[in-house]
Design a protein around this ligand. Structure first.
Ligand SMILES: [Zn+2]
Length: 381
């Protein structure tokens, strides 16, 4: 008994001590990195996923999104380089640099501390070496040295969570009581890279079904800004929870519009009226179908997805109240199209709903004749 205890302690001590670069471990991880590079360049979804760790379901989900995107948009080139490794029992960490080029684009690079774990005899990529901050109902993952920021994120999430839950008609059971994971990215390029290699639009946060919430934030990001980001991103979590088909059926502008409405109602973000009324006067409102598909939309409508969507959702709330809006969302969450859901809940086709909404906005103004401009001397700057 005594001897076994000693032996067990010795094994524990040996395996837990971090060791310097171990050639066998490095060789195993190098194989994995080459596998990831080849998969990214070949658009090989399954090859990428075979190189990724599967112990954490949210990480698997995030990497599945990443790999699905690679299949649609393979990288022209990906080079992964790894700095010195620290190895503990079953895990290795080191600075990892992603350097990649998408077809006809310039090279992009992102570097961060990365972790690899031994699963089924292979070293697999397990993402960033986050520091973990746990509190009731929430865990914040971030780079080391951001304790104060992590504390503010916990406070901001606690301030908005129950408001967002009730805004979407969730009753405090099921998903509302589970632990929400929030990852903090200090640079936009790192947040973009974490989504997929092709992602290049500006963003402040990200959430997809069964993924962590991801936020762009740094040591100076204040409580109010975090509340706005979280009322939007957790608004997505709450939307996906209205029904299993929510993310497949709802047009993109509905997903973003209701998240923006959640941010306005639950964190004091500004309303959409000024911008949308001005678009209406300029004849610059988008057709809804232009705002429906995240994969194929014209970039000129990016702002409209959020703000015009927000305006329509606010109109629906004012006319049918929160309860009517949530019934409409739940109907789409069960797989009904936006037209079917509008007929079922509002007694209107979607086209009729659009006509009623448009009638609340100013008419298009005739363009004023442009005065001929005098030639001006140009100054540098
Ligand atoms: Zn969003």
């Amino acid at each position: 008994m005594f001897r076994m205890t000693i032996a067990a302690v010795c094994v524990w001590a040996m395996s837990c001590a971090a060791r310097a670069d171990d050639p066998a471990v490095r060789a195993g991880i190098d194989l994995t990195l080459r596998q990831m590079e080849a998969a990214a360049e070949a658009g090989d979804r399954d090859g990428w996923l075979a190189a990724v760790a599967h112990g954490d379901p949210e990480w698997t989900k995030e990497q599945t999104y990443f790999a699905n995107d690679l299949k649609k948009k393979p990288a022209a080139d990906l080079m992964l380089s790894l700095g010195e490794l620290a190895v503990t029992d079953g895990a290795a960490t080191g600075d990892l640099t992603f350097a990649w080029t998408m077809p006809e684009k310039g090279e992009r690079t992102v570097a961060f501390g990365a972790r690899f774990v031994l699963e089924d005899g292979q070293w697999r990529y397990a993402g960033e070496t986050w520091e973990k901050h746990e509190a009731a109902g929430v865990v914040v993952l971030c780079d080391p040295g951001l304790d104060e920021l992590a504390g503010r994120v916990v406070e901001a999430f606690t301030n908005v969570r129950s408001k967002v839950d009730s805004f979407f008609g969730h009753d405090g059971t099921g998903f509302t009581s589970r632990t929400q994971k929030i990852k903090l990215y200090r640079s936009m390029k790192h947040l973009q890279q974490s989504i997929c290699l092709s992602y290049e639009d500006s963003l402040g946060g990200w959430n997809e079904p069964d993924e962590s919430i991801k936020l762009l934030s740094n040591a100076r990001t204040g409580l109010k800004a975090l509340e706005r980001l979280l009322a939007h991103e957790y608004g997505h979590v709450a939307t996906f929870a209205v029904g299993p088909k929510a993310n497949d059926v709802m047009p993109w502008w509905v997903l973003e519009g209701v998240a923006e409405l959640s941010a306005e109602a639950n964190s004091g973000q500004r309303g959409p009226e000024g911008r949308v009324e001005s678009w209406a006067r300029m004849g610059n409102l988008a057709e809804w179908k232009e705002l429906a598909d995240f994969e194929t939309f014209d970039k000129r409508w990016y702002g409209h997805v959020y703000t015009q969507g927000h305006h329509m959702l606010k109109y629906i709330d004012s006319r049918w109240k929160q309860e009517g809006r949530n019934k409409w969302l739940r109907s789409m969450g069960q797989g009904k199209s936006i037209d079917e859901a509008s007929r079922e809940v509002f007694g209107l086709s979607f086209e009729e709903l659009n006509t009623d909404w448009r009638a609340t906005l100013p008419a298009k103004e005739e363009a004023k004749p442009v005065e001929p401009k005098k030639e001006e001397s140009r100054s540098g700057g």
